[in-house]
Design a protein around this ligand. Structure first.
Ligand SMILES: Nc1ncnc2c1ncn2[C@@H]1O[C@H](COP(=O)(O)OP(=O)(O)O)[C@@H](O)[C@H]1O
Ligand SMILES: [Mg+2]
Length: 702
């Protein structure tokens, strides 16, 4: 079938919000259309939904509009916050400091607003003016700031420094809306979502949209008259709400596009309606795949190959050198096939696990399982997983091949519906394993024209990441040849390309190409024999490292002692402060710059951000630390910090907001274990005997 018309439309609309509504192509009849849809899905930028009834379509539309809206709002936040006083980092003059810190977002909209506009335009005009005045008044009264009012859905977007004030304001809005005398025929029913998160930099000037998106998803789940909030907000307000307000837990729900299930609460009050239909969420899927904040590029063929392999083999291993993109590809593939797995898709990262014996515990921890009297961890795990149709993603197996292989064999034998997707530099070497080698990203040939250059995967990745740090960056006739030279020089290795693209604010592609040519000549010389792609990556990491300032380097190296990432507070206390040469106050600034250079990954975790090194970078940093003879020093500080975190959490465990600490504790399990095993290895008794057992018992009683 000829589909060029549709394809052209799609291309012409690039960069604009699009809604494609397609009847499922019949197998074999419309291969062109099927391929086009697959390509669109593979870009990873589309929200691809299936629906069967008109009602479902209506919900999907309402939902997607809500997110679109929140994204345009998010841009508005930049201009507001940019007015804040700037604080220049050492060595960088006068850059505007965008918001950092935790705020509570409030998003509202009017249920059925479009219909009301159609049926009662004049009355709606009047009603809406009152609505606007009322909401703006309450938000201001409670110390909030309106970012935008009257978007699509006639909603408000505001943020509050205080979570309690935000929640009370949302409740007071509902109470006053309920008491308002509306013009005939119009009763405005407002739905509200609240979420607390960190307003965060991405790259140099961007706000991370994920907390705002989460808030929009929560709002989209609500009905008119209902106020919903996330557990992040609940944790900060529990027991502290005045004005007769209370909270009711509705349970854990899967919201569209959010990887982890969200615990949702409803605001209650004697004068507000209490009973609503079950909230609108994505049912059925489960798992713990992390939300990816950067876009996914290309890989259509590999995704197809992996999807097919997962249907045929019970253990599929993606192999390839570090930084080539195995983990990212595995996450994307797992997300795509997740509808096939009723038991969910679950990620277990083995990078922080030190020895073979720890593999089972790491997998058990993913499902919160532990050995119990008379049953080993393995027994408990097998019993739990048996019969479940579940995809287990075992990431970073290379340093524990035997342990991963033994576990995969056991699970293969005892849990007949479980499928394992592993990533590793080499295969696990077990029977029935299907290997899928992950190639480097496609690079343009030496004689490629502009179109061919911009379409190459490696160039697309470079352009996307460069655009994130330098918003006006584009591949043009002027720079295309140099960009092509850069990605060719980097062998299409995803991580190397990200590191180079992060330098675009300071260097043009031509300068980059020259610099790489020069430093690689030096760096790669005399390293024969190893995998050339490995050499390229090493050289790129080395090069990015050389370009860092001295304090940035110090921080990066020290971050290598964390297992599974850390909070800002942990980075400040372990890597800086008393007895070190880094001032606590500058750690955040340094961290933000390392994030901008793609050397550190920032992730949203409940109300807190966590900072993590990709495993390849962590190993590199650890080596540098080792060369300086400093590993033990920073491990000791790491262990001290985590040992002192536990009693602190215990002391505060009944204070309001203690849940935030619990959330931190659960995210820090790998760090606690690392601290503990270090202390035991070294015979450091005080640290080794920190009181983990008592904490567990106490948590059980809460
Ligand atoms: N197809 C892709 N699209 C976008 N980013 C990618 C892609 N492949 C890899 N990356 C990015 O490149 C970096 C290295 O990839 P990763 O999956 O961690 O490599 P590996 O697991 O092979 O070491 C990560 O920051 C990742 O997000
Ligand atoms: Mg990996």
């Amino acid at each position: 079938m000829e589909i060029s018309g549709l394809e052209d439309e799609y291309r012409l609309a690039a960069g604009m919000p699009m809604l494609l509504y397609v009847k499922r192509p019949a197998p074999n009849q419309e291969p062109g259309l099927a391929k086009m849809l697959d390509d669109i899905r593979a870009t990873g930028k589309t929200s691809y939904r299936e629906f069967t009834t008109a009602k479902e379509l209506e919900w999907l539309l309402a939902d997607d509009l809500a997110v679109l809206l929140s994204e345009s709002f998010a841009d508005a936040t930049i201009s507001t916050w940019a007015l804040r006083p700037s604080s220049a980092a050492p060595g960088e003059s006068g850059r505007t400091k965008l918001p950092s810190g935790t705020v509570t977002f409030l998003l509202t909209d009017i249920e059925g607003s479009t219909q009301l506009w159609e049926s009662e335009p004049e009355a709606m005009e009047v009603a809406l003016r009152r609505h606007d005045r009322l909401l703006a008044g309450v938000i201001e009264e409670y110390g909030g700031r309106v970012i935008t009012s009257r978007g699509e859905g006639d909603g408000f977007f505001a943020f509050f420094p205080s979570a309690v004030a935000a929640v009370e304001a949302a409740g007071v809005c509902q109470l006053r809306l309920g008491r308002e005398e509306w013009p005939t025929g119009i009763a405005l029913r407002v739905r509200t979502g609240l979420h607390t998160g960190e307003a965060r930099l991405r790259g140099r000037d961007y706000i991370d949209h994920s907390p705002i998106n989460r808030c929009a998803r929560v709002r989209a789940a609500a009905y008119g008259g209902q106020v919903l909030l996330t557990n992040a907000t609940r944790d900060l307000v529990a027991g502290r709400l005045g004005g007769g307000f209370g909270l009711k837990q509705l349970g854990e729900f899967r919201l569209r596009d959010l990887a982890e299930p969200q615990l949702i609460f409803q605001l209650t009050h004697a004068d507000l309606p209490a009973d609503f239909p079950p909230i609108r969420t994505l049912a059925g899927r489960g798992g713990n795949l992390p939300l990816q904040v950067t876009s996914f590029i290309g890989r259509a063929r590999e995704l197809e190959q992996i999807a097919a392999a997962l249907g045929e083999a019970r253990v599929v291993t993606l192999t390839g050198p570090g930084g080539v993109g195995k983990t990212r590809l595995a996450l994307q593939a797992a997300g795509q096939v997740s509808p096939r797995f009723g038991g969910g898709t679950w990620l277990c990262d083995l990078a922080p696990v030190r020895d073979v014996a720890g593999v089972e515990d790491a997998v058990a921890a993913v499902f919160s399982l532990a050995a119990r009297a008379g049953h080993t961890t393995r027994d408990v795990m097998v019993e739990f997983l048996r019969g479940k149709q579940l995809l287990l993603l075992l990431d970073n197996c290379e340093h524990l091949l035997d342990g991963a292989a033994a576990l995969a064999r056991t699970l293969q034998r005892s849990c007949e519906r479980l499928v394992i997707l592993a990533t590793s530099r080499e295969g696990l070497g077990i029977e029935g394993e299907r290997l899928v080698p992950v190639p480097t990203l496609g690079v343009p040939g030496a004689d490629a024209d502009l179109a061919a250059i911009t379409e190459a995967e490696a160039v697309r990745l470079f352009a996307e990441r460069a655009d994130a740090v330098k918003p006006d960056f584009a591949v043009t006739d002027q720079n295309a040849a140099q960009v092509a030279a850069v990605v060719r020089r980097l062998d299409g290795i995803a991580l190397a390309i990200e590191l180079a693209a992060a330098r675009v604010p300071a260097m043009t592609p031509a300068e980059l190409a020259r610099r790489l040519e020069r430093s690689f000549g030096v760096l790669a010389a005399g390293r024969r024999g190893a995998d050339p792609r490995h050499q390229t990556l090493r050289a790129t990491i080395d090069w990015s490292f050389q370009l860092l300032t001295e304090p940035e380097r110090r921080l990066l190296c020290r971050l290598a002692v964390f297992a599974g990432g850390c909070t800002l507070e942990a980075a400040e206390t372990v890597c800086g402060g008393d007895g070190t040469d880094l001032d606590t106050d500058i750690v955040f600034e340094l961290l933000a710059r390392l994030v901008a250079r793609s050397l550190v990954v920032a992730e949203e975790h409940g109300p807190e951000s966590r900072y993590r090194l990709l495993e390849t970078i962590r190993q590199f940093s650890e080596e540098r630390l080792g060369e300086a003879g400093e590993i033990e020093r920073w491990r000791a500080r790491h262990a001290d910090y985590y040992a002192s975190l536990l009693p602190r959490i215990r002391d505060q465990s009944h204070d309001p907001g203690a849940e935030v600490l619990w959330a931190r504790l659960s995210a820090d399990q790998d760090n606690l274990l690392a601290a503990w095993s270090w202390a035991i290895d070294i015979g450091k008794v005080d640290t080794a005997f920190f009181d983990a057992g008592r904490l567990r018992a106490q948590r059980g009683q809460d």
